[in-house]
Ligand binder design. Structure first.
Ligand SMILES: *Cc1c(COP(=O)(O)O)cnc(C)c1O
Length: 493
């Protein structure tokens, strides 16, 4: 582009239109041919960056130049999360309707911090959250108490801030947490985001109390009760229990029916993290994932994992929204307005850590309208079926052991060899490129995780992934280890 123009070189509307078509074409091509690419990148640290110029461009360039660098520099440096044979971590699935609505949201470019800064942004979001109360069979008292957060990590942080506010009768807002002796209860299996929230709030890790788990990794409610009693006797203040419905490592479910009454008895805030599993409750037969949620003071689940809504989108409900607003509202003069002062509107900036907020509800609305509840159920059921299919293949091969029956969309398994053999196996599977799996540990023993739920995953992709696992055994595990040596049994001992 010409140097020294008097006006900034904004993209005119017609150019935007035609380049926009190119960008959509680019995404469609990417998705369509994704199965032909290796799932995981084979790059050394620093190689992507080394391909970028050392200084920014002085004069503007054409947009297609960016698209070609996307192809040349970026794609080889990506782990392809939307690949139909991506089975790592938990899915973070995107879908056509979600991505189009995300683009629309970007085009609208609204800031929904207050109701009056875009009434529709707030009200569509309120309606979506109420729709989800219905869709997931959540307690009716959550109606009107829902908000979209970026992530489950923010959800637990906001919940903890509100619990602090409630427990201190408002004092922590002005004076901080000080030496109040607050205690936060969780388990070894609780997501690290809860510990991080303890750090961010200033409670520190010393406020965190790890409750025992049973053989399945679920929180032991009797141990929780005993620890709360002991802390009370020691003059400490039980503040919050973080319970998980579907832990990240291997999907254990903390028993809310037992934990809830303990929390009620002592006035302890119960936060329920169902980031991955909660959305499965769209299916009647999977309603159990949210059993006991009626005890929750706060509850969250992520459509950005298994519900076809691209990152980021976490749904948080609180039983008492007023407590949340009181905990987080700080009102500068420049945001005062008659609508807020009328008390008739919701200003979502008080429901989250940042001030500004995107119109995330648009992509949820788009996903719900495109798929309908039935379409979402069918997607979840496909993921469950794929997990069972893979588990059956593992079960039929006596070199492998399932750690547990496949639950929802996760299969946890290991080869009969040593931990080192299993590590080498995982490395070989992922290096080959056909598929991508991740790992975790239980009682110090390494295992492999196979998580289904990809938007474009079909049965044959599951079979192809299993074949890749079997090929990797031939190459990565010494022959002598192919026979069962009993290590897997030690896991349950
Ligand atoms: C994935 C996950 C999280 C973290 O999710 P973010 O939204 O990325 O913060 C928290 N808890 C559980 C149980 C998870 O599976």
């Amino acid at each position: 582009m010409k140097p020294a123009e008097a006006k900034p070189p904004h993209m005119d509307h017609d150019t935007f239109r035609s380049l926009g078509h190119q960008a959509i074409d680019w995404i469609a091509d990417y998705w369509q041919h994704l199965a032909d690419r290796p799932v995981a990148p084979l790059v050394e640290p620093g190689t992507v960056r080394a391909q970028l110029p050392t200084t920014p461009p002085e004069y503007g360039e054409d947009f297609p130049a960016l698209l070609s660098d996307l192809e040349r520099i970026v794609l080889p440096g990506l782990l392809h999360w939307q690949h139909p044979r991506f089975f790592g971590y938990f899915p973070a699935n995107a879908s056509g309707p979600a991505v189009l609505a995300e683009l629309l949201s970007a085009g609208l470019g609204v800031q929904g911090m207050n109701w009056n800064t875009s009434p529709a942004c707030t009200e569509v979001e309120q309606q979506m959250l109420d729709w989800f109360v219905h869709l997931l069979g959540l307690p009716e008292h959550f109606r009107g108490g829902g908000v979209i957060q970026d992530t489950a990590s923010s959800a637990v942080l906001v919940a903890l801030l509100t619990a602090l506010h409630r427990a201190s009768a408002g004092r922590t807002r002005d004076h901080g947490t000080g030496e109040c002796g607050y205690r936060v209860y969780l388990t070894a299996e609780t997501h690290s985001a809860a510990r991080k929230a303890a750090v961010i709030t200033g409670l520190g890790l010393r406020a965190v109390c790890e409750v025992a788990t049973d053989a399945d990794g679920a929180m032991d409610a009797a141990d929780l009760a005993a620890r709360i009693q002991a802390d009370l006797a020691a003059g400490l203040t039980p503040l919050m229990v973080v319970a998980t419905r579907g832990t990240t490592s291997d999907l254990s479910f903390d028993p809310l029916e037992d934990i809830g009454p303990v929390c009620r008895r002592h006035g302890v805030w119960l936060h329920v993290d169902a980031a991955y599993a909660g959305v499965a409750a769209v299916c009647d037969e999977l309603h159990w994932v949210n059993d006991g949620v009626r005890y929750a003071d706060s509850y969250c689940t992520n459509p950005h994992k298994w519900l076809l809504t691209n990152f980021d989108c976490d749904l948080l409900w609180v039983a008492d929204p007023e407590a949340l607003v009181n905990a987080l509202s700080v009102l500068p003069a420049y945001l005062r307005n008659p609508a807020s002062e009328s008390g008739r509107v919701t200003d979502y900036r008080h429901w989250q850590v940042p001030l500004g907020r995107r119109f995330r509800a648009l992509k949820l609305w788009s996903v719900l309208r495109w798929y309908g509840a039935e379409g979402l159920r069918s997607h979840i059921r496909t993921g469950v079926r794929h997990a069972r299919l893979f588990a059956d293949l593992v079960r039929e091969d006596d070199r492998f052991t399932l750690l547990a029956p496949a639950t929802l969309g996760l299969v946890t398994f290991r080869h009969a060899g040593s931990d080192t053999d299993n590590r080498n196996l995982l490395h070989a599977i992922n290096a080959e490129g056909t598929t991508f799996l991740t790992h975790s540990e239980k009682n110090g023993t390494f295992f492999l995780r196979f998580a289904t739920g990809g938007t474009h995953t079909e049965d044959h992709h599951v079979h192809e992934a299993w074949r890749a696992v079997q090929n990797a055994v031939q190459n990565a595990v010494p022959r002598a280890q192919h026979a069962t040596d009993g290590t897997a049994d030690a896991l349950n001992g």
